[in-house]
Design a protein around this ligand. Structure first.
Ligand SMILES: [Zn+2]
Length: 154
């Protein structure tokens, strides 16, 4: 809250998790080595290489999920405010082409898509009083829309 008081609403809210046993990580390691601190490496990339642009400041917290997997929430305030026309260059809410990148498509559809819930799965954990507590399903939009509450709609 101190950061928000001094810097205003953050420009980016990034959530990242990582399993050090993922094949994409283990295949890059020298024989006998284990992945160390992948979340910290991500933070280093954000911090030192400005992968999202020049930052003014950031704050993060690392949580440990079940089975000991790290999970980071990072808030970043950019040197220049991100404008609505720039959002699509930072984030994509589209499914990747399954023919061009089948591994990414499989990862996205397995781990990132919410649901099914609602009438298709009324016993889903997100359901309460017959409604999805995460407000799904949501409308499809042709363009990203920013709102006054700070949450863009993709
Ligand atoms: Zn739901």
């Amino acid at each position: 809250m101190t950061y928000v008081k001094h810097n205003g609403v953050p420009d980016l809210f990034i959530t990242m998790t990582c399993n050090p046993n993922w094949q994409e990580i283990t295949s890059e390691l020298f024989p006998g080595k284990e992945a160390e601190r992948p979340v910290q490496i991500f933070i280093h990339l954000v911090d030192s290489h400005n992968i999202y642009g020049l930052k003014r400041c950031h704050v993060y917290t690392i949580e440990w999920q079940k089975r000991g997997l790290p999970h980071v929430h990072l808030l970043a305030w950019m040197a220049e405010k991100i404008r609505p026309h720039q959002i699509d260059s930072l984030i994509s809410a589209e499914l990747p082409d399954p023919k061009k990148d089948p591994a990414l498509f499989a990862t996205i559809t397995k781990h990132i898509i919410h649901g099914p819930c609602g009438p298709l799965n009324p016993r889903s954990l997100c359901m309460k009083d017959g409604q999805c507590t995460k407000h799904y399903p949501r409308q499809f939009l042709r363009e990203t829309v920013t709102s006054l509450n700070g949450y863009p709609l993709y």
